[in-house]
Ligand binder design. Structure first.
Ligand code: HEM
Length: 423
């Protein structure tokens, strides 16, 4: 799409956002994210109704939106009042297909299960993984067709994160695309085109559970517990007696957590550097900025647009009364663009000061377990890109195709061309 067409669409979205009555604004509408037109709605809410009530979303039911950085921080760090137990997406899980997972639990069970899998991302383990990730990132980049269009999402972002996930689970490497599929199925809405029906989704997820039960059975009897996520769950005090649905729930958490988010940050980073070519040049002039840039990319992308909480008692957020039982969405995607806290928030600034102060990983007791691993993968892929193309830029050829979801904020397709290298 041409720059003029993109600008025209942005202007249209702004008009729509500012002419809709406040009570009718529904920022959880996945189409806003699919079309990338949610920005002016959030801008308006931050300024006119920072704690906003929506009653018009049939799937989600009535919910509050918290859109300012400081209010989000206040809700996220107050788990005594804002519970995760009711679920972390606005749509409730179906009563007849509930998948318990520790991201959607409160203490003490949450803390125990989180502790069980945390060693996978301990600094010593990350150091061990670094060489593997670097080698794989290099192989992926070396296999790309030079001078021809291809989909970066599939060839690079999905491939790297899926290989990583297979390693964390010690999952049969050749079958690793099953993990990508289960990740997509777990988060797909019925009209996304990924699944045919809710029944089909459940059937695929149960296949996922059966496959992993096979791996669990192999690992549970091993003399020496392995250093992989399945072994950790199978031997962990608080996880070894999980039933099938709780095992599946926690698997989905680890699959989606470790896959979609990092994947979309890898794609988002390349897109952002194309939108801000002066930043791409700054990066090439000074690759030591990469660790800082990675944090900035994760802010700019915000791969999970929100997390939901449920109020356990009557309370208030910045003077607005919230009743016991109400659903509250903390819109990280909006907090990360809060102009009162972050200067020029819509711009990618790779050497931004305090770049790690973004909300993308959440805060409080549920803060992302995998944040250092995600940053490491992004750092390595960019280090390896710059080794191969130190002065030529990877070009984005068209507007990306975005995911139909207001929860997972990401890309299905990003067509690019990598420059020819002299071999
Ligand atoms: C850029 C990449 C990533 C982003 C943006 C991200 C984002 C998040 C967010 C927003 C939360 C919830 C925070 C809250 O409620 O306060 C979370 C939790 C979690 N993430 Fe990540 N994540 C990423 C990568 C990963 C990776 C690579 C893994 C796995 C290895 C992972 C595993 C988890 C787990 C297990 C939780 C639940 C933590 C808990 O409930 O205590 N994430 N993540």
């Amino acid at each position: 799409m041409s720059d003029a067409a993109v600008k025209y669409e942005a202007d249209e979205a702004r008009d729509a956002a500012y002419s809709t009555p406040l009570a009718e604004i529904d920022v959880a509408d996945p189409l806003l994210f699919k079309n990338n037109t949610m920005w002016p709605y959030f801008e308006r809410l931050r300024s006119e109704a920072p704690v906003h009530f929506c009653e018009t979303n049939e799937e989600a039911g009535p919910y509050w939106s918290v859109t300012r950085y400081k209010d989000i921080m206040a809700v996220d760090t107050n788990h005594q009042v804002f519970s995760s137990e009711g679920g972390i997406t606005l749509r409730d899980q179906d009563e007849d297909f509930k998948l318990p997972m520790f991201i959607a639990m409160d203490p003490p069970k949450h803390d125990e299960q989180r502790k069980t899998v945390s060693p996978i991302v301990a600094p010593a383990n990350l150091a061990k993984l670094e060489g593997t990730i670097r080698e794989r990132a290099g192989n992926i980049l070396d296999s790309l067709p030079e001078g021809q269009p291809f989909n970066w999402v599939d060839r690079v972002s999905i491939e790297l994160t899926t290989q990583m996930l297979a390693t964390l689970f010690d999952f049969p490497f050749e079958e690793r695309r099953k993990l990508t599929r289960w990740s997509d199925v777990a988060t797909a809405s019925e009209d996304s085109g990924i699944i045919e029906s809710e029944e089909a989704r459940r059937a695929e997820l149960l296949e996922c559970a059966d496959y992993f039960i096979g791996l669990w059975n192999e690992r549970v009897n091993a003399k020496e517990p392995g250093n992989d996520l399945i072994s950790m769950l199978a031997h962990g005090e608080s996880t070894r007696n999980m039933d099938k649905m709780e095992y599946l729930g926690n698997l989905i958490l680890l699959i989606v957590g470790g896959n979609d988010t990092t994947r979309n940050s890898i794609s988002g980073g390349l897109l952002a550097l194309n939108q801000f070519p002066d930043q791409y040049r700054k990066l090439q002039a000074n690759p030591s900025v990469i660790p800082n840039m990675v944090a900035e990319i994760i802010r700019w992308q915000t791969p999970l647009a929100y997390m939901r909480r449920t109020a356990l008692e009557d309370t208030e957020i910045s003077g607005t009364r919230i009743a016991k039982g109400d659903k509250v969405a903390m819109w990280y995607v909006s907090g990360n663009r809060d102009e009162t806290v972050i200067e020029n928030p819509n711009e990618l600034v790779i050497d931004r000061e305090r770049a790690r102060q973004h909300l993308s990983f959440g805060f409080g007791i549920h803060r992302c377990v995998g944040n250092r691993l995600a940053e490491m993968q992004l750092r390595i892929i960019w280090e390896e890109i710059l080794k191969r193309w130190p002065d030529k830029q990877i070009k984005v050829l068209a507007e990306p195709r975005r995911v139909h979801s207001s929860f997972v904020k990401g890309y299905e397709e990003l067509m690019v061309e990598v420059p020819k290298r002299s071999h």
